[in-house]
Write a protein that binds this ligand. Structure first.
Ligand code: ZN
Length: 107
């Protein structure tokens, strides 16, 4: 019985974390001045400022600049994405496209 309760609590925590993460993403995708949703291809620019190599992956630190097409307000922030993974058996590195990773942020 106790195990079921602990399991249920864990599920609630995971669901809450996902809901909060999604709410934060939606907030980042909008202008904080006028609440206009950013147009990814026109309003958002980014550049990789650092690559951190860990055991089996590479993380890219990306500076993101959003300029609102409605009010002109600028927002800058930095995010870290896992952009490459090394297959531990073959040693082959698979890279992810940062353009596509970021596009999901602004969907
Ligand atoms: Zn705006």
């Amino acid at each position: 019985m106790a195990a079921i309760i602990i399991f249920a609590i864990l599920i609630v925590i995971v669901v809450l974390a996902l809901v909060i993460a999604e709410a934060n993403r939606k907030k980042r995708a909008r202008c904080k001045e006028c609440n206009t949703k950013y147009d990814y291809d026109n309003d958002v620019s980014w550049s990789v400022v650092q690559e951190i190599e860990e055991q089996n992956c590479i993380k890219s630190v990306v500076d993101i600049t959003c300029v609102c097409h409605n009010c002109g307000a600028e927002k800058k922030y930095t995010r870290t994405f896992k952009t490459a993974e090394r297959n531990t058996n073959t040693g082959v590195v698979t890279r992810r496209n940062i353009y596509d990773l970021l596009k999901k942020e602004f969907k």
